[in-house]
Design a protein around this ligand. Sequence first.
Ligand SMILES: NC(=O)c1ccc[n+]([C@@H]2O[C@H](COP(=O)([O-])OP(=O)(O)OC[C@H]3O[C@@H](n4cnc5c(N)ncnc54)[C@H](OP(=O)(O)O)[C@@H]3O)[C@@H](O)[C@H]2O)c1
Length: 285
Amino acid sequence: MVDTYIRKGLYAASLPLIPGGEAAGTIEELAADIKDFKVGDRVVYVMPPGTPGAYSERRVIEARHLLPIPDGISDDIAAASLLKGLTAWTLVRKTYPVKSCDTIMVYAAAGGVGSILCQWAHHIGARVIGVVGSAAKILSARQNGCTEVIDRSQQDIVATVRKLTDGQGVPVVYDSLGKDTFEQSLDCLRPTGLMISYGNATGAVPPVNILTLMQKGSLFLTRPQFFHYLRQPEVFQQAVGELFELIKTGRLRVHIGRRFPLREAAQAHAAAESTLTIGSTILLP
Ligand SMILES: NC(=O)c1ccc[n+]([C@@H]2O[C@H](COP(=O)([O-])OP(=O)(O)OC[C@H]3O[C@@H](n4cnc5c(N)ncnc54)[C@H](OP(=O)(O)O)[C@@H]3O)[C@@H](O)[C@H]2O)c1
């Protein structure tokens, strides 16, 4: 989704621009002073915001951005999971450290980030209420560890969450949809709950009157970007280590729903914007 925001101008970028902030591949050549890698190594990267360029068959890249792909993880899975997995790690470990006693609410529970986030929270032991946009995604959300799944095309989200939590509401909402769901997400929170607005799939959330937070129960609101949490190398490495370990041991299943040739990047964007995709979408040079 992030690439579509940049294409549409929602996230700032300067032209000329090669899109794409994440990719996996094989090292073909190395500068003489690089000792940590060798030709033929499989690597994956996620670039800091504002430094795209991944929609390419070959690129020159600084070695500091590269991570070795562990044995047991394919290039496709590495490409599909690094940015989304680090986002999920940040959200469940740092932005709101999920506990086994929590009931949490996650939008786009069958999507790329959502599917990893739900599995991670389920792995921690939380009860996960997933929200999806159509009946076709309910099974996928359940496979991601959601014990309850709300189909927002058919069900009233706030009433259903209230019913599922004995009227209490949830301590945290992970909302990647943005504009269209912001208000109802606040209404799903219990007093002093945390609203995590981490995406803009339906558009950017308009300015908020902070008095609303008081009126709805002294709520907390945050708009995180995972790189800000991972700026210290040891934290970044911890997150990557946990992510790859969960994937290698099969406790985290990364589902690739669609694969497009790189030349069909426009169709891949259209698919992402169609809301029909399940799991991650990757481009193959
Ligand atoms: N803050 C961060 O650091 C960070 C980092 C990476 C990604 N993100 C955010 O995470 C979110 C998920 O990214 P993703 O790549 O994994 O995408 P995704 O969740 O696989 O796809 C977006 C999903 O959003 C829902 N949606 C509802 N209305 C939509 C609309 N008008 N257009 C498109 N989608 C719509 C759809 O799910 P349903 O049909 O189930 O509602 C759709 O499948 C994005 O909002 C992205 O910006 C944030």
